[in-house]
Design a protein around this ligand. Structure first.
Ligand code: HEM
Length: 471
């Protein structure tokens, strides 16, 4: 089909906008239009046009089932519609919950949990005799770290009422239903159709989550009342911070924090903060197992920086440039959020394409990371491409935007990146890893792309220090 691309101005007021739609990029003309980013080769340059030049015009999120049924009718941050409400909730994240200082205050929690993971892997492998399920280990660590940051503790599987078997199942179900493809999100006239039963699953898990969150908030309130003095010396978790804000009239917030706000934010932390990190670590381990020379090079670098006589700490990671390149290369090939979902708030003209109001924009981060017009040898895992190169994942380089960019960019970037880098570093510093046969790299198809099959790998201890986990 011939392209109908207007060569003149990008953006501008609606009166100057060309009304010619471009069939080259529109697939379906339903009430929410679908920009087929992958088919038209929607490269980094065009991503920049949409998400930088027209950042404000595309700062909205579409109304979708996950926002309605899971996120208290879009009252969280991830699914919130753009406007004053989102601004206030976002401010809460960026100036209170996910700041660099707050992230730093949880450093000992992360280091402690990473060592616990090493100990449990070693134990589970019978001290290097049998393979372990790497997915299980990395998802537990991501979950434990995130729980300790927001709730001050981890959760066992028998703490929930009804429905799911336990906390882990609830978290997996939340991730599964919020990332699921729901036909009514793209074709609203089919909204009543719940063929896959996703909306029903959303209602069930939402009820379980709501009871969990209510109990968690009550637990915090009761503890604060009971031990006022001890409380002063404790590192505050995120529920504490939210309660502090709810109890005081903070100048920085123009909105009164209610229980619904708290529950919606905790839901975001659980759904956006756990699976993203654990999926990335699992993909990174898979790539390292398929490319043993890369694993050896990374181990040599860590040995040079840290030695083999002690465990790596968070403060060492900054000096491990090659390790950071491995993480970037993993994000390039396996972004845990492959599609950024935005919506236009006004009609506009982008790079010659007419975009109507309320157009759903799906930016295919996965395709940008694999396109030959952007990357040399795009399908090869080559961390070296990032050596002595300033490209990073912080939203300035549109070739690599695993955390998104612009107004809706991920506010948990620092926390997510820190967990991924430290966990991966510890896994390859403590152990050599081997697999029987090929590493299966199939992706699970859906709106998120976790690995289809877990990896089973055998660890062998490589540090000179004995397994002294109290270090
Ligand atoms: C490897 C880790 C992570 C990755 C790759 C990641 C990626 C993303 C992406 C791609 C977005 C959407 C950006 C857009 O639409 O333009 C996002 C949004 C968000 N993320 Fe993350 N994330 C990670 C970790 C975290 C963590 C640890 C938290 C919090 C504890 C978090 C909280 C959020 C929130 C609240 C939003 C919504 C922002 C908004 O709409 O204004 N994320 N993340």
């Amino acid at each position: 089909m011939a392209a109908r691309r207007k060569s003149s101005s990008v953006g501008g007021s609606s009166s100057s906008i060309s009304r010619r739609p471009c069939e080259e990029i529109w697939e379906y003309n339903v009430s929410a239009l679908w920009l087929s980013s992958h088919r038209c080769g929607f490269f980094s340059g065009l991503a920049k046009e949409f998400l930088k030049t027209h950042d404000l015009a595309f700062a909205n999120r579409p109304v979708i089932a996950a926002g309605k049924y899971m996120a208290y009718d879009h009252r969280d941050v991830v699914f919130a519609r753009y406007g004053e409400y989102w601004r206030q909730m976002r401010k809460l994240c960026t100036i209170e919950l996910f700041t660099a200082k707050k992230t730093e205050s949880f450093k000992s929690v992360r280091e402690e949990e990473v060592l616990k993971m090493v100990r449990s892997i070693w134990k589970e492998s019978g001290e290097g005799i049998q393979c372990v399920d790497v997915r299980r280990s990395v998802s537990s660590i991501a979950q434990n770290i995130v729980c300790r940051m927001f709730a001050g503790r981890t959760f066992s599987d028998d703490e929930l009422n009804g429905g799911c078997t336990g906390f882990k199942d609830m978290v997996s179900e939340i991730a599964a239903v919020t990332g699921a493809f729901v036909i009514g999100d793209y074709f609203p006239f089919l909204e009543w159709f719940d063929l896959e039963g996703i909306r029903r699953r959303m209602r069930v898990v939402h009820k379980i989550y709501d009871e969990f969150a209510e109990k968690l908030i009550d637990e915090h309130i009761n503890r604060r009342r009971a031990k006022a003095e001890e409380e002063c010396n404790r590192v505050k978790d995120m529920v504490d911070i939210l309660l502090d804000m709810a109890e005081s009239e903070r100048q920085s917030m123009e909105m009164k924090i209610t229980r619904v706000h708290m529950k919606a934010i905790i839901l975001d932390i659980l759904s956006a903060g756990i699976e993203t990190s654990s999926t990335t670590i699992e993909w990174a381990m898979s790539e390292l197992l398929r490319n043993p020379h890369v694993m050896v090079k990374a181990q040599q670098e860590i040995d040079l920086v840290v030695g083999k006589h002690r465990f790596i700490k968070e403060s060492d990671v900054i000096r491990c440039e090659y390790l950071q390149c491995i993480v970037k290369e993993t994000f390039r090939l396996h972004p845990p959020v492959p599609l950024l979902r935005h919506e236009s708030m006004e009609e506009c003209n982008v790079d010659g394409y007419y975009i109507p109001l309320k157009t759903m924009l799906l930016v295919n981060v996965w395709a940008i990371g694999r396109h030959e017009s952007v990357w040399e040898d795009p399908l090869q895992f080559k961390p070296e491409r990032f050596l002595r190169n300033t490209m990073d994942v912080k939203g300035q380089d549109f070739e690599l935007i695993p955390f998104g960019t612009g107004r809706r960019m991920c506010p948990g970037l620092l926390m997510g990146l820190t967990v991924v880098e430290l966990t991966l570093a510890q896994l390859i510093h403590c152990f050599d890893w081997s697999v029987d046969g090929e590493v299966n790299m199939d992706e699970f198809s859906g709106l998120t792309v976790p690995k289809k099959y877990p990896i089973y790998s055998r660890p062998s201890w490589r540090l000179t220090t004995k397994h002294n986990f109290n270090v």
